[in-house]
Write a protein that binds this ligand. Sequence first.
Ligand code: NAD
Length: 341
Amino acid sequence: MGPMTRFAVFDSKSYDRSSLGPAAEAADLNLRFYDFRLNEDTLPLVHDVTGVCAFVNDSLTRPVIEGLAQAGVGVIAMRCAGFNNVDLQAAADHNILVTRVPAYSPYAVAEHAVALLMALNRKVTRAHARVHDMNFTLDGLVGWDMHGKTVGLIGTGKIGKIAGQIFKGFGMRVVCWDPYPDQAWADETGCEYVKLDELGRLSDVVSVHVPLLPETDHIINAMTLAEFKRGVYIVNVSRGALVDTKALIKALKSGHVAGVALDVYEEEEGKFFEDLSGEVMVDDKLARLMTFPNVIITAHQAFLTEEALGEIARVTVENLRRYRLGDEPLPGTVLGPNGPL
Ligand code: NAD
């Protein structure tokens, strides 16, 4: 491939440009940044590119992948860990290489989960707004000690494990469930594996850290919520569809769930990462969630640290550089038709 090799970067914001831009320049790669998402509507704009770089809310369905193949695209470099938005079988059928960044900073994501939980529990956002309004009263700001409480982690991969270790540092009991438990890690850190229903019964806080797969879709639903302790707090910094939002709203209304911290939302695509401040909110579930005083939401920013962005840029650019040279991608970054190879 010659010097005309170009790569299109979708859903790119200022922070992507400032991390990917210099890395690409150093590797002599030509990146074209688009601020819109890749989906069936924007597909016709893909031309004269060798590969695309996409993110969590781009929509790489079979029709999109077919279109990319027709446009001559040979590589899709996901600049994230999750790949639930990519039809991997379609990519394999069209001989398109798919890479991702499997671990850019599990600390960034786990620390954000803890930040959200603490802000929710200790009413930090409400207190901050009050103080700025010269209201120095404390009514309604009572929280609870993390120390001595039980947190349940659904998923103990890279991020779940770091979260478990942080919670241990607070003096919490950490109970975990994962279809592939790492007993050596549990023994070393004092975290305990339990059955999923037991986790629900024991936990004061439940935090989900599994990938979004057909088997994990709505892993937190009306039935599982009913089995959780009354007064439970739910944390989701993984993928929106792991939690059934309708059931969550019902459980919040009844008081069964006492607090919710979200960095992701089932229908975030087209909303998160955009400035919609002048528009009417047409998503009734998101609008309802935002009315609860005991719900805190950030717009998919758990990954947003300098370290994580630097690592995302390094791995993504290196894989594109290797693709251009016809070299093998970095080990552990390739996605086959059934997931990570
Ligand atoms: P990981 O692959 O290291 O861990 C995932 C864990 O889930 C593993 O322990 C695995 O055994 C378990 N698992 C696999 N299949 C399962 C199944 N069918 N049911 C239940 N559990 C299953 O992943 P990670 O790096 O810890 O990331 C977890 C998720 O966090 C990612 O998939 C992604 O969706 C999300 N994430 C979110 C952000 C953000 O900015 N909010 C950033 C990075 C990752």
